[in-house]
Design a protein around this ligand. Structure first.
Ligand SMILES: [Zn+2]
Ligand SMILES: [Zn+2]
Ligand SMILES: [Zn+2]
Length: 322
């Protein structure tokens, strides 16, 4: 499939589902191309856009000389923004952002090229997932009454801790408390549901988000300690929720990836475990939230191993019609 202004890549496994061939990933080498695509794009009025892929610290990370960070420092094309997902309903002329990251300015510009920002959805209070809120304040955008969808614990954290409380008190944002498991209507074409997930909950609890469009359902889960919370197992749960596209935690390829750090203190399901659960599935599985140390950042045996099992690594600019 080839259309003007962008390159379509069919990277999902065909699987058994009849329509699986109709939801390819569209990948863009950079945002200028991506914005050109928007201008020529009547086909995807409701869509999700991956605005970054990296774990909270991005790539390269300050002070790190691991092979991935060294390569990214030498070659700016290898730099990676922190994971964030944009949702657009062009019919409603509205866009939403899940996870306002430290890369918020560039991600905001990319997302709002065709529709204005109508709200921000939060997952949790770790450094990669909410500091972008600072740009909404008086020093920068001076937003007015922007809806901020958060669990009661996350909302309480923002309300009671500076500098976030200043955004609330100054009327820059309006906290909308959401209940895990309860759906929320964003527009005629988009419905979202927060899903409680186990994670290191020092400051807030943590949710993933189910996003239901007119035709497809996407599951966005950048951060989780383990998949055991999903019953009877992750794959069955995704099928039960009619998920077509799963963007899931791919932080560490293997448990021995961070020498000198105790991974029990920062648990994530290793990619090997996630792959065992979701290989050869008719759900299109894309790994996100990759740590700077992850060998999947570069072509090699690990990436080949992953792709032969039908999973893929996300890329900034990936887009899915919903
Ligand atoms: Zn994170
Ligand atoms: Zn590094
Ligand atoms: Zn986290």
């Amino acid at each position: 499939m080839k259309m003007a202004g962008y390159v379509a890549q069919e990277t999902c496994k065909p699987g058994n589902r009849a329509d699986s061939l109709t939801h390819p990933v569209y990948r863009f080498p950079g945002f200028p191309v991506y914005q050109r695509y928007f201008q020529n794009n009547p086909q995807m009025p409701t869509r999700a856009i991956l605005l970054g892929v990296a774990q909270d610290g991005g790539l390269p990370q300050p002070g790190c000389n691991c092979p991935n960070c060294t390569a990214a420092r030498a070659n700016p094309a290898l730099r990676q923004r922190v994971v964030s997902l944009g949702l657009v309903d062009e019919t409603a002329d509205r866009a939403w952002l899940i996870d306002p990251t430290p890369d918020f300015p560039a991600q905001y510009d990319a997302l709002t090229a065709r529709a204005p920002l109508a709200g921000i959805l939060l997952t949790h209070a770790h450094m990669g997932h909410y500091p972008g809120l600072l740009w909404l304040g008086p020093e920068a955008m001076n937003a007015r009454d922007l809806p901020l969808y958060a669990t009661p614990r996350m909302a309480a954290f923002l309300r009671t801790h500076a500098p976030w409380s200043g955004l609330v008190d100054g009327g820059h944002v309006r906290l909308v408390e959401v209940v895990p498991g309860r759906a929320l209507v964003l527009s005629a074409g988009l419905r979202v549901t927060p899903v409680a997930v186990p994670h290191r909950d020092e400051y807030s609890d943590t949710v993933a988000w189910l996003v239901r469009g007119p035709s497809r359902t996407l599951f966005y889960c950048p951060d989780i300690d383990h998949w055991r919370a999903f019953q009877p197992d992750l794959r069955a749960w995704l099928c039960h929720q009619d998920v077509d596209i799963a963007l899931v935690d791919g932080t560490f390829f293997s448990p021995d990836e961070l020498p000198g750090r105790d991974l029990a203190q920062i648990p994530h399901p290793p990619v090997r475990d996630t792959t065992a659960l979701l290989a050869e599935s008719d759900i299109q599985v894309t790994l996100i939230h990759l740590n700077h140390t992850n060998p999947l950042w570069r072509p090699g045996p690990e990436r080949a191993w992953l792709e032969t099992r039908g999973l893929r690594v996300g890329a900034q600019g990936d887009m899915w019609a919903l």
